[in-house]
Design a binder for this molecule. Structure first.
Ligand code: NAD
Length: 354
């Protein structure tokens, strides 16, 4: 069977790691008909649009995509393509497994944590009020009238939106994933002691959903405490479910626990569509240098193979990547200080192990 899959090379180091990933996926023998589509700064240069309709159309048609990271300049009017893509396709769950492969550069052992991040709301709602603008003055007035609180005139405001429906959906996703993948414990992460209504709603909803899953242990952690516990004793955690922003931060932290961003795969999942991508960004300073680690995108490819029902090929590819890590010979600069190799050599070493 041939699978039609959309491949978005992305910006910065994206095209290099995408090529390396495509090579190893093709080498598994799974029939894939690649449909190349563009998004990000490169798409704007080529096609005049950050997220071209043709790209959305291709993903909607194929239902599965794998993408390289795209660049979002900080603080400019440039809206994040990733946020737009997730919203547009309702990819509400971000799944990021963080697992130690023997030989990976880490201080820990036995870490195997699944991070489930809500992908559509929270401080990523995109509802913002710029300092000094008329609409911000209106908001300040409304806040003063409704709550008696004063927002100072020089403030900018970003709305943290947490809904019961999105919280329920992501927590259910987390429990269903736990059940299907033999995970024993779900930890809901929040700051409900301070944000009593937004995070409070997330926590209350999580507690309610947990009652439907008596076979899986449930607990909650305040996010600052979680950070401390993760770096002290990460082995105590199994699956974390978090609102969007904490999910973003904690998945980078967990990537650090297992050997860095070069080893952190991910998937953005909706009910019908899935877009696989590494946790890391486009690392623009390394663009075109054949330098960065393609394994996070390759491991995202492993997740993709499982998703499309190619479990045997997925296991074979994961084993080949693990063998390259364990040998430690053909790995990139982030995995060893001297004698490292480049992106394309990693692909060749993985193919050799397949
Ligand atoms: P980044 O993840 O691109 O890079 C941070 C640092 O991590 C790099 O300088 C590099 O030292 C290291 N790193 C990242 N990926 C690596 C890899 N594969 N191998 C080895 N080392 C690696 O983060 P940033 O510099 O904050 O962001 C750059 C751009 O990427 C920004 O425009 C940001 O918005 C965007 N971004 C995109 C995505 C995405 O497309 N999913 C995710 C995060 C950030």
């Amino acid at each position: 069977m041939t699978h039609n899959i959309t491949l978005i090379p992305g910006d910065g180091v994206g095209p290099e790691i995408s090529l390396a990933t495509r090579r190893v996926l093709d080498a598994t023998g799974v029939g894939i008909n690649w449909e190349i589509a563009y998004a990000g700064a490169g798409a704007r240069e080529k096609l005049g649009e950050l997220l071209p309709q043709a790209t959305l159309k291709s993903i909607r048609k194929n239902k599965v995509a794998i993408k390289g990271p795209v660049t979002t300049p900080v603080g400019s009017g440039f809206r994040s393509v990733n946020v737009a893509l997730r919203k547009e396709l309702d990819l509400y769950a971000c799944l990021r497994p963080c697992k130690i492969y023997p030989g990976a550069p880490t201080r820990f052992s036995d870490v195997d944590i699944i991070v489930v991040r809500e992908n559509t709301e929270d401080l990523y709602s995109g509802i913002e009020f710029e300092a000094g603008k008329a609409e911000t003055a209106k908001l300040r007035k409304l806040v003063a009238e409704a709550t008696g609180n004063k927002v100072s005139e020089d403030s900018a405001v970003s709305l943290k939106v947490i809904s019961e429906s999105a919280s329920r959906r992501i927590v259910k996703f987390a429990f269903e994933y736990a059940r299907a993948n033999n995970r024993k414990k779900v930890t809901a992460v929040h700051k409900a002691n301070i944000m009593k209504f937004s995070d409070g709603l997330f926590l209350a909803t999580a507690r309610e959903v947990a009652k439907e899953y008596n076979d899986i242990e449930f607990e909650d952690r305040i996010v600052d405490n979680l950070c401390m516990q993760l770096v002290r004793r990460p082995q105590q955690f199994d699956l974390l479910v978090l609102p969007n922003l904490y999910g973003d931060l904690i998945s980078d932290l967990c990537a650090g626990l297992v050997g860095g961003l070069g080893l952190a795969p991910g998937a953005n999942l909706g009910d019908e569509i899935a877009v696989f991508e590494a946790t890391h960004g486009s690392a623009p300073k390394y663009k075109g240098q054949n330098k960065v680690n393609p394994m996070s995108m390759m491991l995202s490819g492993v997740m993709m193979l499982k998703y499309i029902g190619e479990k045997k090929a997925a296991d074979k590819l994961e084993k080949a990547i693990a063998a390259v890590i364990a040998k430690g010979e053909n790995v990139t600069y982030d995995m060893k200080a001297t004698g490292s190799v480049g992106t394309s050599q990693v692909a060749e070493a993985v193919i050799e192990k397949l």
